[in-house]
Design a protein around this ligand. Structure first.
Ligand SMILES: [Zn+2]
Ligand SMILES: [Zn+2]
Length: 422
């Protein structure tokens, strides 16, 4: 492997037939508030799209995709909350709207030092807009190709395994099929980011002989049935699968077929549509994974007795004015005596006027051993089977033998209980 040192302000792409792999030291922004040991990956809750933030132990920042245009401000805010001032790298998995739509907005507040792009020829306004913006701002763009290794100064590296030339063609979506796929490595921790890979992408990867084993799998294409083949999942192995998709999205993501395959491969399934932002942390070994909920704001359960609860806009609120929510359960994070409640609904936080709301008296339960398996089918509104992690909290609505009735992520249904406690 050849080590290539890059001038701090002039990152370049070096290419040569003799280079089996290309190691590039990525020039760094000032390190920002990390403990020097922990790598943190946030799979941001961005609706129907992708956006992930990688923070290295030394505080360097990598953004992978930026969802749709309407999510740009939210992503920029999330990055700022995470202490990101400059992005060391931004990655475009592929030039579709739900992956690059928010980028320009993010970049206007948080400048990337460079950008990694599959350079797949794509004619779309948002892509040409973004390309022009990068040129105007003199933000260097690197072309991602198989064999490229980007090295960060803390033993963290990003190994690009796709795309490779010639581009795949004649697939369902060639833009998807030629997504940037990379493995993030930090000591014994590994995570595979698959963009919107298609079946053909996976086929090519499986025959490429590249290392793909990973502890965390970012599931391809929002859990589409056209990816995540059994063979691919077997090769990747791993323990946790993260699916990024919007609640009740129009594509029906994640598709039951792929969720079943992931499930059968033995991976724990985490979903942004059910849990919000998912955070993975690792000090170089087995990762800890869970939804991003600070202990101080652990939700209390509440249930609307009336059929209409009106959500408000304004300071501290991200709801659309006049939205009403059906009777049911959701998370209330704060309650005032005057009838205003701070709620989490549809993965947004905000204030609601909720005359029909009463504090739920049913207990919260916690998974204390094994796993909690969420079921679909009669009596459950969960769209797919899934496993809950150790320490997960649910509202317990009843039991039937070894079955527990739970509310989770705004849905209600039956779960097979490993071991739970209040
Ligand atoms: Zn997509
Ligand atoms: Zn796509």
């Amino acid at each position: 492997m050849i080590r290539v040192r890059v001038h701090p302000h002039r990152p370049v792409l070096l290419r040569g037939a003799s280079l089996a792999a290309l190691l590039v030291l990525v020039p760094g922004a000032a390190a920002q508030a990390q403990d020097g040991k922990t790598l943190r990956v946030r799979f941001l809750d961005v609706g129907q799209g992708d956006a992930a933030l990688i923070r290295t132990p030394a505080g360097r920042s990598i953004l992978v995709d930026a969802s749709t245009p309407d999510r740009g401000v939210g992503i920029r805010d999330a990055l700022k909350r995470a202490g990101v001032g400059t992005l060391d790298l931004a990655v475009i998995s592929h030039p579709h709207l739900d992956h690059i739509g928010g980028m320009k907005t993010v970049f206007t507040g948080i400048r990337p030092l460079s950008l990694l792009d599959p350079a797949f020829p794509q004619v779309s306004r948002v892509y040409s807009d973004l390309t022009k913006y990068l040129q105007d701002q003199k933000i260097p763009v690197r072309v991602a190709r198989r064999g490229m290794v980007l090295s960060f100064d803390t033993g963290v590296r990003l190994e690009v395994v796709a795309p490779e030339m010639p581009f795949l063609s004649g697939t369902r979506s060639d833009a998807n099929a030629n997504s940037v796929v990379f493995r993030l490595v930090y000591s014994r921790f590994t995570a595979l980011f698959t963009g919107n890979a298609e079946a053909e992408t996976e086929e090519r990867l499986l025959h490429s002989g590249q290392a793909m084993a990973s502890r965390v799998l970012k599931v391809a294409h929002h859990g589409s049935r056209y990816a995540s083949s059994g063979a691919m999942l077997k090769t990747v192995g791993g323990r946790v699968a993260v699916i990024s998709c919007g609640k009740d999205n129009e594509y029906g993501h994640p598709h039951t077929e792929s969720v079943d395959r992931v499930w059968k491969a033995g991976l724990e399934i985490r979903r942004t549509d059910l849990e919000g932002t998912i955070v993975t942390t690792s000090t170089g070994g087995e990762p800890a994974v869970g939804p991003e909920i600070a202990p101080a704001t652990a939700p209390i359960a509440a249930r609307a007795a009336s059929t209409r609860v009106t959500l408000r806009t304004g300071p501290g609120t991200r709801f659309t004015v006049g939205t009403t929510v059906p009777a049911g359960q959701w998370y209330v994070t704060d309650m005032t005596s005057s009838g205003w409640v701070r709620v989490r609904y549809d993965n947004r936080f905000g204030w609601a006027w909720a005359s029909g709301l009463k504090k739920e008296t049913k207990p919260l339960i916690r998974v204390t051993a094994g796993t909690l398996t969420i079921r679909t089918g009669a009596g459950s509104t969960f769209p797919a089977i899934g496993k809950a992690y150790l320490g997960a909290r649910f509202t317990k609505a009843g039991t039937s033998g070894t079955w527990t009735r739970i509310w989770f992520g705004g849905r209600e249904g039956w779960a097979y209980t490993g071991s739970v406690a209040p």
